[in-house]
Design a protein around this ligand. Structure first.
Ligand code: BES
Ligand code: ZN
Length: 587
């Protein structure tokens, strides 16, 4: 049972959908029809998930079917109850989205890099596919699809699918796609805007607005090497293409692993390839997540914990162990930040906890990523990589195109790694709050250098300029995380220079710096904070900035007005996240 969906698998399963979508930018509505094919003939009712979706007509072999929206829930949305399907394996539904559809963000030309054309994109994970089309919106149901998207010329549509024909005629563009590999609904994705593209590898191409294409192509040029390393760990890449779409700055996530077409935030274009770990992460989801899928959002750590594990193994092969261990330390620090917000013994600090009545987006945190990762490293270290690596290959091979619950995974562990299971406290790792004291420890020379500088600074010695210049961006980020809660404003200004931030395009590092500066009463950074909040919609940065603004004495009163000022630019998910943050801080 999926607590986040009205799906009743006993009624049957969707197998394939043939869509036609017509996009109307002026009313911010997508009109759609879908021919739904089921796994077998259905005689009886069928429940589908919808949210803020207008259902227009449902037919079966030309005859109209009756239906009703008979249940409603703040988290789940509405239940579309289709009355008696008369023993058929196909129905057709026509529908239209609402301008407030939670999966869609409609960007005005001013919110794009080029500034001349609008942009529309979808983000379906976790429960948002149901705001675009009626579906069994549970990650336990997989279907294939084909689609035609009709948009105004000269825009181009892309999908997380294989592109087919594109016909431009009479002021419109008809773009066809097909998705031959079965996917769960949360991996349905499309975008439309002024897009150009460039090949950057034998199976990879980058799509971006023309103004950003060259920089993006350079930043991600090493993608094929990443795929090759990932295949060594996980087995063959089955999705044929690994293309990427560079999103407008409002995109709420670092990346989204939409199959065949990963969506990426432009904040990872730094000009020095220092944040391409996001690409490695989304690529790794091609196996853990897209191929072996969490059965419900309560099992989200199976997607993210495994993916972080693979991300760090791949980065270890590409950049060395020192660097990946440093990433592990930074990741764990970030996880503790999230745990403290929840409270160290709160439910969301568990790998698996009940999410009934809760929206996955609201309880999602770096716990799933980093506690999940540490758990897998604990297993790896118990049996050694000689045993763990073949286990991984076999796990992917045997579970591909299936969904797993945490309990299925535990059963799989018991069967295939019985010795490890005997020597690890699974219950504590998975079902207990907080963080196990005997968790794996990470060490790295890169880390020690930062720790020495932080200790020195705490003892009154300023860090050595030459050392800091040679540091990697990750070391700089850790330094900013580790220095004491408040430092004199003058030191803050100095760190900015010493860390080379004035010339840096690295928004992640800039955010880390701004957080330190706000905490340190460095009042003069406000224009820079505003500049970032005005132009970057990535939730991770925006939420952290608002949280720190709202919890620091001098900036407390500025948090709410700043949010009101920029709110409209953010994706609804980020708006909801910041609203929670401000409520928690009591401003
Ligand atoms: N699948 C996630 C993004 C996501 C999670 C969307 C939950 C909706 C609900 C994606 O793979 C991810 O984890 N992105 C990270 C980047 C990564 C390098 C940790 C992000 O957006 O920060
Ligand atoms: Zn992820």
């Amino acid at each position: 049972m999926d607590p986040h969906s009205y799906t009743d698998l006993k009624q049957g399963r969707i197998k394939h959908i043939s869509f036609i979508f017509s996009v109307d930018f002026s009313s911010e509505v997508v009109h759609g029809t879908g021919v739904y094919r089921f796994e077998r003939q259905i005689a009886g009712p069928m429940f589908l998930d919808v949210r803020d979706l207008e259902v227009i007509r449902i037919t079966c072999e030309g005859d109209e079917l009756t239906w009703v929206l008979d249940e409603e829930d703040e988290v789940k949305g509405e239940r579309l109850h289709i009355h008696n399907i008369p023993g058929a394996d196909e129905i057709e539904i026509s529908f239209k989205t609402s301008p407030g559809a939670s999966a869609l963000q409609w960007l005005k030309p001013a919110q794009t890099v080029g500034g001349e054309h609008p942009f529309l994109y979808s983000q379906c994970q976790s429960l948002h596919a149901r705001s675009i089309f009626p579906c069994q919106d549970s990650p336990a149901v997989r279907f294939t699809y084909d689609a035609e998207i009709i948009i105004p010329d000269p825009l181009t549509a892309v999908m997380a699918a294989a592109p087919g024909e594109l016909i431009r005629q009479d002021g419109t563009a008809r773009c066809r796609f097909s998705m031959p590999q079965p996917i769960p609904s949360y991996l349905f994705a499309f975008a439309a805007g002024n897009l150009s593209s460039q090949d950057i590898g034998p199976r990879s191409r980058i799509y971006a607005e023309p103004e950003s294409l060259e920089a993006a192509a350079w930043e991600f040029a090493q993608v094929e090497a990443m795929i090759v390393e990932a295949e060594k760990l996980y087995g063959p890449y089955v999705w044929e293409r690994f293309d990427m779409l560079l999103m407008p700055p409002a995109f709420p996530y670092g990346g989204m692993e939409n199959p065949r077409l990963t969506f990426l935030t432009p904040t990872i274009i730094t000009g020095d390839r220092s944040l391409t770990s996001v690409v490695v992460h989304e690529l790794a989801h091609s196996w853990t997540g897209n191929l072996v899928t969490n059965a419900t959002w309560e099992d989200f750590w199976l997607n993210e914990g495994w993916t972080v594990y693979a991300e760090r193994r791949i980065l270890e092969m590409l950049n060395g162990r020192e660097s990946s261990e440093l990433d592990s330390v930074i990741g764990r620090n970030n996880m503790f930040t999230d745990m403290k917000v929840f409270g160290m013994d709160a439910d969301p600090t568990c790998l698996k906890f009940s999410q009934a009545g809760k929206h996955p987006d609201a309880v999602m945190s770096r716990v799933a990523y980093e506690k999940g990762y540490s758990f897998l490293v604990a297993l790896e270290r118990l049996v050694g990589r000689e045993a763990f690596d073949p286990f991984i290959l076999r796990y992917i091979e045997e579970q591909q195109f299936q969904s797993l619950t945490t309990e299925d995974f535990i059963a799989y562990l018991n069967k295939h790694l019985p010795d490890a299971v005997k020597r690890i406290d699974l219950d504590t790792w998975i079902y207990a709050p907080g963080f196990p004291e005997d968790a794996p420890v990470f060490s790295s020379g890169l880390l020690e250098a930062v720790e020495r500088a932080v200790e020195g600074y705490s003892a009154g010695h300023l860090p050595n300029e030459q050392d800091l210049k040679r540091w990697t961006p990750a070391q700089k980020e850790l330094f900013l995380q580790l220095i004491p809660g408040t430092v004199p404003a003058a030191d803050c200004r100095m760190f900015k220079v010493l860390l080379g931030l004035e010339a840096s395009q690295n928004k992640q590092l800039l955010t880390a710096y701004l957080l330190t500066a706000i905490r340190s009463d460095c009042v003069e950074v406000i224009p820079e904070v505003e500049e970032l909040l005005a132009h970057v919609g990535r939730g991770l940065f925006v939420r952290a900035l608002f949280r720190t603004l709202a919890s620091t004495e001098w900036s407390r009163d500025q948090a709410r007005p700043l949010f009101e000022k920029f709110k409209e630019r953010y994706h609804p998910i980020v708006q909801a996240g910041v609203t929670r943050v401000l409520e928690q801080a009591g401003v």
